[in-house]
Structures are given as structure tokens and as C-alpha cells.
Design a protein. Structure first.
Length: 149
């Protein structure tokens, strides 16, 4: 990527285009089905998890990690991101828009005044309804969860 990548922010659209071009140049589009990309993504998540597997809880900022370890982490995080971007492209999903919408839905599931400072699941909080225009209602209290307590 060189100097160009260092001088400006990289968008999901930039990554989408680069991944599509990368696959096209290698005639790999034939292999990029949603299933194959998902399985590759899961494999990369596994590689990412191996980095943390036996370390116990890792503090923010990764104190005590060497530059080589951080570089390896960056590579594995990038693999996950790139497969996710490619999968969303192949599925016709605008990942940026979908992520923003999901954040809006999460804000309704987890109202600040009810959940600030708590790590409880959304089913613990009182139900909220998502605007009718989206045709989605936030999940409410589930009776089956009560019977499992």
C-alpha cells in the first residue's frame, strides 16, 4: 500500500474494490462463493483466537507485547476484515450501511439509562420497539429463558 495508504483513511469501499480486483486478477472469483468465503473467514478467526488462547485476560493497549507480536495480530485482524469485506460484497451487502443500522438497533436494545455499566444481555432490559418503518421489533423478554434459571 505504501505512502498512499499512510496518507489517507482507508474506507470499506476502498477495501471492497481492492479485494474484487485482487480476486479478478487471479481468476479466483470462481472460488469466492458465500460458503467458501465464510469458511475461510472462520478459519482466520480461529488463527486470530490462537494469538490470545493461552494468555489469560489481556489488558487494553497490549502492554508487554513485542512489536513482532503486535504485527502478527494486525495481520490476523486484517485477514478477518478482508474476508468479511469480500463476503459482504459477494452477498450484495453494503457492510458500512449494515453496520451503522445494526448500531442503531443495538442502541434500542441497550438503552443507556437502563444498561450503562452493565454487561447483561439485552433480554434483561425492558423491551423497546424499533420504528415501524424497519418492520423489526427488538426482542422482548423470553419465557424460555425464565424456565432455564
Amino acid at each position: 500500500m505504501g505512502e498512499e495508504g499512510e496518507s489517507k483513511s482507508v474506507t470499506l469501499e476502498d477495501l471492497r474494490k481492492k479485494m474484487a480486483e485482487f480476486a479478478r486478477e487471479r481468476d479466483w472469483e470462481q472460488f469466492h462463493s458465500p460458503r467458501n468465503l465464510l469458511l475461510a473467514l472462520v478459519g482466520e478467526v480461529g488463527e486470530l483466537s490462537e494469538i490470545f488462547q493461552w494468555r489469560g485476560e489481556v489488558p487494553k493497549g497490549l502492554p508487554g507485547w513485542g512489536e513482532e507480536e503486535k504485527e502478527h495480530l494486525g495481520e490476523e485482524l486484517s485477514d478477518v476484515l478482508l474476508y468479511l469485506v469480500r463476503l459482504s460484497d459477494i452477498c450484495g451487502i453494503d457492510l458500512g450501511k449494515a453496520a451503522l443500522r445494526k448500531m442503531e438497533l443495538n442502541a434500542l436494545k441497550y438503552p443507556v439509562n437502563q444498561c450503562k455499566g452493565s454487561s447483561r444481555k439485552h433480554t434483561h432490559y425492558s423491551s423497546s420497539t424499533i420504528p415501524i418503518s424497519t418492520n423489526i421489533t427488538a426482542p422482548t423478554h423470553c419465557e424460555c429463558e425464565e424456565s432455564n434459571k
